[in-house]
Every structure is written in C-alpha cells, then in structure tokens.
Write a protein that binds this ligand. Structure first.
Ligand SMILES: Cc1cc2nc3c(=O)[nH]c(=O)nc-3n(C[C@H](O)[C@H](O)[C@H](O)COP(=O)(O)OP(=O)(O)OC[C@H]3O[C@@H](n4cnc5c(N)ncnc54)[C@H](O)[C@@H]3O)c2cc1C
Ligand code: FES
Length: 255
C-alpha cells in the first residue's frame, strides 16, 4: 500500500534520535510486529531512494517510528514539520512469526537501535500472556532506548552496556547464554547490529530452541524487485531481506 500520511509529531527525543508520528488511514490498520515502511523523504528526486524504517508503534490511525540520524536522508527527515505529508509504502516484509510455544519463557534480545522493531513484538507478547524478558544491550547509557516504555508496561528487562555506564558491563549475548543455561526458554527473538546477531545465532546453534532474527540491509526498492538487499543462506541460496525477511530463523542465515 502507498499512502500520503500527515505528520503529527517529529520530535528529537535524545541526541541524534527522533520520534516520528504520522496519521495513517490504511497502512496503520495492517501493520504486524517486525514489519517496516519505505519512506520517501523528499518531494523532489533527491534523495531518489526511499529510506526503510521499522514500525515502532501503531494504532488504528497512527504509526510511530523512532529513527537515528546517520546520513543525508535521515537528516532531511528531521526537517519535516507537523502537518507536512510523507509518501510511505507499507507494511513491508514478513514480520515475526507469533505462532510459538507458551510453556517457558520468551527472550527478546535487542542491541542498540535493534530494540525499536522489537517493541511491537514485546507489546504483543505481553498482551497475549507470554512470560517474557527483554535483554537490552547498547554501547553506553545514552544509547539505551525504551527503558521508560518497559517500566510503564511492566515488562521485565535486563540491561547491559559495553562501557558499564548502565546495567551490567557485558554484552547482551552473555546474558542470553546465562538465561539459556538457567531457565526453560521456548523461543528467542533478536534484532541489532550484525556482529551481535551473528553471536546470537552461534549461541542458538548449540540449542534446539527456535530463534527469529530481524536483519537490516541497505535497501533500494524495498519490494523484492532490485535484489539490492540479498543475504546468503546456509543452503547457498540468497534471500531478499525486504520481501523474504526481514525476519529469518537464525539457523538458516549464513553469518
Ligand atoms: C528493514 C529496515 C528497518 C529499519 N528500521 C530502522 C528504524 O526503525 N530506525 C532507524 O533509525 N533506522 C532503521 N533502519 C536503518 C535506516 O533505514 C538507515 O539508517 C537509513 O536508511 C539511512 O539513511 P540516510 O540517508 O540517513 O543515511 P545514508 O547517507 O544512506 O547512510 C549513512 C550511514 O548509515 C548506514 N546505513 C544506511 N542504510 C543502512 C541500513 N539499511 N542499515 C544499516 N545502516 C545503514 C550507511 O552505511 C552509512 O554509514 C532500518 C533499515 C532496514 C533495512
Ligand atoms: S531492496 Fe530491492 S529487492 Fe530488496
């Protein structure tokens, strides 16, 4: 679906991070956890390519995004004002598979910005009575996102930072390994930087617990037409992150 959406808010929430809220009549009603939108940043042809952003939150009439300013497109996006319109295509991608066991605990592992696409999943799991714990890791205190949301929603979470400025000075993957050794875990979900996801996949390989990872690749078309986002799978095939993913079982991905 393609829709012209009206900006309701585009506010800086921390240094380099923005919270964008738009009014949507069609896409919002069809979003699922783990999906994303491809956003046209400018009315001109510069930049030509849309920029993909994950759904952070949605209701029947609004969609929220959280984005980090990293380059040209996201810088331009910060200049958008309330009541401006954006051309967005979505919902895109497969999203997380929510058909999972409900016997033990579900772990949701986020690294840095990776916690953003996990938030709709976390809310969905909590609302559906799953016992869950969020393992949220970041480089430092300032890059830890969403802790206020977890507190507000009474969602159990553990925090690690690389420099020890918040939570345990460790990698979030170390906590994952500890939980797997100590508790009955039904399923693991993850999103974050590539090295973190590779580490999660390596840990999960030693278990028979299903693990769904959401990947990020540079994208062009966002709809499976250009092959710009392909990733290699363990069976030698290539999958399109935008269309076949962004969520894949960890044991299928060739890290
Ligand atoms: C499915 C998907 C969901 C995403 N969700 C979010 C989100 O919710 N919030 C958010 O802040 N970002 C998200 N991203 C990343 C976001 O799309 C990029 O940061 C953005 O497109 C960069 O555009 P730019 O013009 O500002 O940067 P550019 O000038 O194009 O690039 C600047 C820097 O960002 C890096 N970069 C560019 N694109 C990506 C990418 N796709 N993944 C990782 N690094 C990239 C480049 O390597 C470069 O170092 C997502 C990406 C994908 C593929
Ligand atoms: S971005 Fe074009 S195929 Fe995925």
């Amino acid at each position: 679906m393609q829709e012209q959406v009206q900006i309701l808010q585009n506010k800086q929430i921390a240094s380099g991070y923005y919270h964008l809220v738009v009014r949507s009549e069609t896409i919002a009603r069809n979003c699922r956890p783990g999906q994303f939108a491809n956003i046209r940043i400018s009315d001109s042809l510069d930049p030509l390519l849309r920029r993909p952003l994950s759904f952070f939150n949605y209701s029947t009439e609004t969609i929220e995004f959280v984005y980090r300013v990293v380059g040209y497109g996201t810088s331009l996006l910060t200049e958008k004002l309330v009541n401006d319109t954006l051309d967005i295509i979505g919902p895109l991608g497969n999203g997380f598979n929510l058909d999972i066991k409900k016997e033990g605990k579900v772990l949701v592992v986020g690294g840095g910005m990776g916690i953003i696409p996990l938030y709709p999943l976390i809310k969905n799991l909590a609302q559906n009575g799953f016992v869950l714990e969020v393992l949220n890791g970041a480089r430092n205190h300032d890059e830890l996102l969403l802790l206020d949301y977890f507190r507000k929603d009474s969602i159990p979470y553990s925090v690690t930072t690389d420099d020890g400025s918040a939570g345990e000075k460790s990698y979030v993957t170390n906590i994952l390994a500890e939980r797997l050794a100590e508790e009955k875990i039904d399923c693991v979900f993850g999103c974050g930087p590539h090295p973190m996801l590779a580490a999660v996949a390596k840990i999960m390989k030693e278990t028979d617990i299903p693990c769904q990872l959401s990947l990020e690749e540079r994208m062009a078309c966002g709809v499976g037409a250009c092959l710009g986002c392909v990733v290699l799978m363990n069976d030698g095939s290539y999958k399109k992150v935008c269309k076949d993913g962004p969520v894949f079982l960890s044991n299928l991905i060739a890290f």
